[in-house]
Design a protein around this ligand. Structure first.
Ligand code: SF4
Length: 222
């Protein structure tokens, strides 16, 4: 079982409700989408073929031997679009078997049914401003585990805010799932978004990309 891997690195988790934790990222190569704000274009094509054992050995080397207790080392499978790889669910299962706490970051355009339910799913719902709003499988909603998984909206402009709010209200998403609203870096004013969320008392979590605050927007491998 082989994967094209762009990079494996350990950094601070920059997004979501687990932001701030040390996390080992496995970034697989390739993505069929082309979001206007993509900050990982370098992962569209570049990478090296690695087999499962090489990947697991590298993770263990970087974050240590897995252990089952709370605050076990945190590992995230990302991309690109990790679910574009047919064996991504197998890699996730092996990481779980090793007793890491494991997350996947995915665009929600690929079927989540093969992802084990214990995997923390951070699912992007692409907005009109992303240019990829139609890349969405509505059936994926039924695989989200309330309290564990997260739906993320990267907002490019003010109309993306209204669109995302309406989309969630129509499906009663706020009653079921953790929702993240994030300003697209360099596009939407974070202060405008924060004030809008407060004004509307919207039950979402404002988030920004912490790793970019720490290291700057252009640094890779963090
Ligand atoms: S889904 Fe992610 S990796 Fe793919 S183009 Fe969009 S932002 Fe980039």
């Amino acid at each position: 079982m082989k994967f094209k891997v762009n990079e494996i690195f350990t950094s601070i988790q920059g997004e979501g409700t687990r932001a701030g934790r040390v996390c080992c990222f496995i970034r697989l190569t390739g993505c069929p989408l082309r979001c206007v704000y993509c900050d990982t274009e370098y992962a569209f094509y570049n990478g090296q073929m690695k087999d499962l054992k090489e990947i697991l050995d590298e993770v263990i080397k970087q974050v240590g031997t897995p252990r089952p207790e709370i605050n076990a080392p945190f590992v995230e499978l990302t991309g690109g679009e990790p679910l574009a790889h047919p064996h991504a669910p197998d890699l996730l299962r092996h990481l779980l078997t090793l007793q890491y706490e494991v997350a996947i970051e995915t665009a929600g355009s690929h079927d989540l049914s093969s992802v084990p339910s214990e995997i923390i799913k951070i699912v992007d719902r692409k907005t009109p401003g992303s240019g990829e709003v139609d890349q969405w499988l509505e059936t994926n909603l039924k695989y989200l585990v309330p309290g564990q998984d997260e739906l993320k909206f990267v907002l490019v402009n003010e109309s993306d805010y209204e669109w995302s709010k309406k989309w969630c209200l129509k499906r009663s998403i706020f009653d079921q799932h953790t929702v993240l609203f994030s300003p697209a870096w360099g596009s939407l004013n974070p202060q405008w978004l924060a004030e809008k969320i407060i004004q509307d008392q919207l039950p979402v979590r404002f988030q920004t990309q912490l790793h970019k605050v720490i290291w700057g927007a252009d640094r890779t491998g963090v």
